[in-house]
Design a protein around this ligand. Structure first.
Ligand code: DP6
Length: 324
């Protein structure tokens, strides 16, 4: 049996967001979510279990990690060890080709790639559903980076029923995500802590209650390639999540002044007839979703706006896969 495996996975951008858990340990979400995998941006992870190791090691972008991030990887490897009844530690080495911790969901691609490389290195051959369930235990949104293209996370009721499925292949719709990066700093409050605050917002119950309607509207718009309907529901859902964040106790405010300027500008462009809309994750960067024919002028125009340091372009991408 080969003992070292390398996998690639892409981050994903959620059109309908995951925010808040019914079960934090199992990462069972309060509501379903819909996303698109992003090409161009990727995590590449190699795992090797080795009986001679005295503890797990985790190298990220060439630097050995200690404390929190090593602990999170180690805890995840415990799930894999439990599945095969092994006690071997592992060597994990990972690279991201995009900034970590700046609202570009590095944990999604990281745990999707880790789930695939680690399960293979441990001798498992999981089907897509079980791989998605495993990735979810590392980071909720990682379960959506396992299947191809446009993806829906079925919230489920328990560990067995909470996983993501592809709802359309990557070539279904020519969307681009132009990520206007306004900050590359690590965000002060990560999603894992943020999810725990969702329940403290008086708006959260309503957000969860009408999530099925937004999921349906988003799924329908996506399948019918209806950009106007898509833009409405994507912006509603993002604003709803940030309203919950801002009304949590303590409040979570991820936006920076440049975020507001970008959102305002995207709305102006749409009013002028451009097929663009915006969504923001747990960070200040603005994901501008657009039809592919808007890509070139959009990238240039975003770079000219105040506070925009860089624009990353993602297109619909495949899910997690092994590298030879
Ligand atoms: C705002 O999946 O990063 O990006 O499970 O704690 O790792 P953990 O949280 P994570 O949360 C993602 C939150 C979001 C919305 C989304 O991607 O759906």
């Amino acid at each position: 049996m080969r003992s070292e495996y390398t996998a690639i996975a892409h981050p994903n951008i959620a059109f309908i967001k995951y925010w808040g858990n019914r079960d934090d340990a199992l990462r069972l979400p309060l509501n379903g979510s819909i996303s698109m995998n992003l090409s161009g941006l990727e995590s590449r992870t190699t795992v090797q279990f080795d009986e001679a190791l005295e503890h797990d090691t985790f190298e990220l972008n060439g630097e050995f990690q200690s404390s929190a991030s090593l602990q999170r990887v180690s805890q995840f490897l415990d799930y894999v060890r439990r599945l095969v009844g092994s006690t071997s530690y592992a060597r994990v080495s990972s690279t991201n080709n995009f900034p970590t911790g700046a609202g570009i969901a590095s944990s999604a691609s990281a745990f999707a790639a880790l789930a695939l490389a680690a399960s293979k290195a441990a001798g498992l051959d999981l089907d897509q559903k079980d791989l998605s369930r495993l990735a979810r235990l590392g980071s909720g949104s990682a379960c959506r980076s396992v299947p191809d293209g446009f993806v829906e996370w079925l919230p489920g009721k328990d560990d067995a029923s909470s996983y993501a499925v592809s709802i359309a292949p990557k070539d279904h719709w020519g969307l681009v995500d132009a990520v206007a990066v306004v900050s590359q700093e690590h965000k002060p409050i990560g999603s894992t802590s943020g999810h725990k605050l969702a329940h403290t917002s008086p708006l959260n119950a309503q957000r969860v209650l009408d999530a099925p309607e937004r999921l349906k509207n988003c799924r329908d718009a996506l399948l019918e390639r209806d950009f106007a309907g898509f833009a409405d529901v994507v912006e509603l859902d993002s604003n709803y999540m940030h309203a919950v964040m801002r009304t949590s106790n303590p409040p979570l405010v991820y936006w920076e002044p440049a975020t507001e300027v970008l959102l305002w500008q995207v709305w102006q462009w749409r009013k002028q007839g451009h097929a663009v809309c915006a969504t923001v994750d747990a960070g200040p960067n603005v994901h501008v979703l657009a039809l592919a024919n808007e890509r070139d002028w959009l990238q240039k125009a975003l770079l000219e706006l105040p506070g925009v340091k860089n624009v990353l372009i993602g297109e619909p991408a495949d899910g997690a896969r092994l590298v030879d």
